[in-house]
Design a protein around this ligand. Structure first.
Ligand SMILES: C[C@H](NC(=O)[C@@H](N)CCCCN)C(=O)O
Length: 462
């Protein structure tokens, strides 16, 4: 009998970081597909005769099944019951199927730009082409959220007791390169080729992501052969009974509300920011998404920095308040009609990048201070579910309000007229959300004082 601690594959730095890079690559592809049409709104209006409501329907469909079919709850259970290897492959396949349907709709292989369908829930008349594009994106949205929680669990499996915060930060940073790339270069590619080809290129990345997951599973199987611990033994299994405990916690609700208000001002900005740049700041169609792409780019560098400040110095609740204040300034500036200088837009997206680094770097690591470790998995799945209400509702609301407050503009654009949308009334939606985010962040600080969660304390004991 030996006293030496048994070495496993995860004790090899090279092996665990290789696993992380492979897992992150698939998330990179997923984030890429999430934003693939974000900078293409003006091109879709000009070449496909779509209007803002069509764009809003397609982009909001991301959260449709997650919210209304409770898919985040269901995939949480699947991950719990069938484990990481099953979930990597099934989530990647769902992403590919959804991506392929969206591509087929844009290519005109399913649905038609001439046949219409009425959606009673939001009283919209859509072409069947738009309907199927949205349907595909709704399927994809289930896959990418499923992949997200699976990858978090896999990263925890490899890095527990090691550089877990750094690993999670790196994973999100690599994924965000996936938001950056299509925003920065998507419109140029779509103008050089066309919208369906741009989508197809990213579907190929999703297929490569599936291949990556297959490779990861070989490593995962090897690791499982070495350790007795099973997938389900990491304390993050989804349980309905846990949900009851979680929803009775006011602090948890404040985090979930902050998440939905905050992310609703950022992810939907990726969808409409490029169009705002064209219509308000006079940026050319080819480079519509370039300034908004600086937001995810900046977060790649800043999130780990703010995360380590929180780790060492604390002040988590104050960091979230500061992020929310910056958001009010940013969306206030986008709202004001007389600020149309591209230089102002540049500094504003930099500020948004700082806000988008501050809040998540403090918000996600604060959840374990409010929710016991045993219920953490369920808590994250539930927060993502609440977050998806915003990812569904806000892009749809923005598209509909934009059409209603700019009658005839989409048709004029499709006819080739040089005419701009007036975004001012529409942008009120973002301004209101930022104020709600600030109020929630302030209430969270109060609740922290009352309950002593320790959000203002460092994560690492000095
Ligand atoms: C970590 C966090 N992830 C999420 O919010 C996911 N629910 C949504 C992923 C959306 C993909 N564009 C994040 O990305 O900050």
């Amino acid at each position: 009998m030996t006293n030496a601690i048994k070495q496993t594959l995860r004790d090899s730095k090279k092996a665990r970081w290789t696993a992380l890079v492979i897992l992150s690559f698939t998330m990179f592809a997923g984030y890429m597909f999430t934003e693939v049409i974000s900078p293409l709104k003006p091109i879709m209006e000009r070449t496909l005769a779509m209007n803002s409501s069509d764009f809003g329907f397609i982009t909001s469909a991301y959260g449709l099944f997650n919210v209304f079919l409770m898919m985040l709850v269901i995939v949480g259970i699947l991950l719990d019951k069938f484990g990481i290897r099953f979930s990597t492959i099934s989530s990647a396949l769902i992403m590919i199927i959804g991506g392929a349907i969206k591509f087929a709709a844009f290519k005109g292989l399913i649905g038609s730009p001439d046949a219409t369908i009425h959606i009673p829930l939001v009283d919209l008349d859509l072409t069947t082409q738009v309907f199927w594009a949205g349907f595909g994106f709704a399927v994809f949205g289930v896959g990418v959220e499923y992949a997200g929680i699976t990858v978090s669990k896999a990263v925890a499996k490899w890095f527990k007791g090691k550089e877990i915060a750094l690993a999670m930060g790196m994973q999100v940073a690599i994924a965000r390169v996936g938001s950056f790339a299509p925003l920065a270069f998507g419109a140029k590619i779509a103008n050089t080729y066309d919208v369906p080809t741009t989508i197809l290129i990213v579907v190929v990345f999703l297929i490569l992501g599936l291949v990556g997951f297959f490779y990861y599973n070989i490593m995962d199987r090897k690791l499982d052969a070495e350790i007795v611990v099973e997938d389900g033994a990491h304390g993050d299994d989804f349980k309905f009974s846990d949900l009851l405990v979680i929803v009775g916690n006011w602090g948890f609700w404040l985090i979930a509300l902050l998440c939905v208000f905050f992310y609703s001002t950022v992810f939907p900005f990726y969808k409409y920011g490029p169009d705002l740049m064209v219509n308000k700041f006079g940026v050319s169609e080819d480079w519509a998404g370039f300034l908004p792409s600086l937001v995810p780019f900046g977060t790649m560098l800043l999130t780990p920095i703010f995360g380590s400040i929180y780790d060492k110095k604390g002040k988590g609740a104050s960091i979230m308040i500061l992020g929310a204040v910056l958001l009010i300034i940013v969306h206030g500036i986008f709202y004001l009609p007389f600020i149309t200088s591209v230089v102002a837009a540049f500094f504003n997206v930099i500020l948004l990048g700082i806000a988008f680094s501050l809040v998540p770097s403090a918000m996600w690591p604060s959840v374990p201070k409010i929710i016991p470790e045993r219920q953490l998995g369920s808590a994250y799945a539930f927060i993502f579910w609440v977050q998806n209400f915003g990812l569904w509702g806000i892009p749809l609301a923005v598209g509909i309000v934009l059409d209603k407050t700019n009658p005839g503009v989409a048709e004029a654009k499709a006819a080739g007229e040089a005419i701009n949308y007036d975004y001012q009334t529409t942008w009120t939606i973002f301004v209101v959300l930022t104020v709600l985010a600030l109020i929630t962040a302030l209430l969270l600080k109060l609740e922290d004082k009352r309950k002593g969660y320790g959000l203002e304390l460092p994560n690492i004991k000095q």
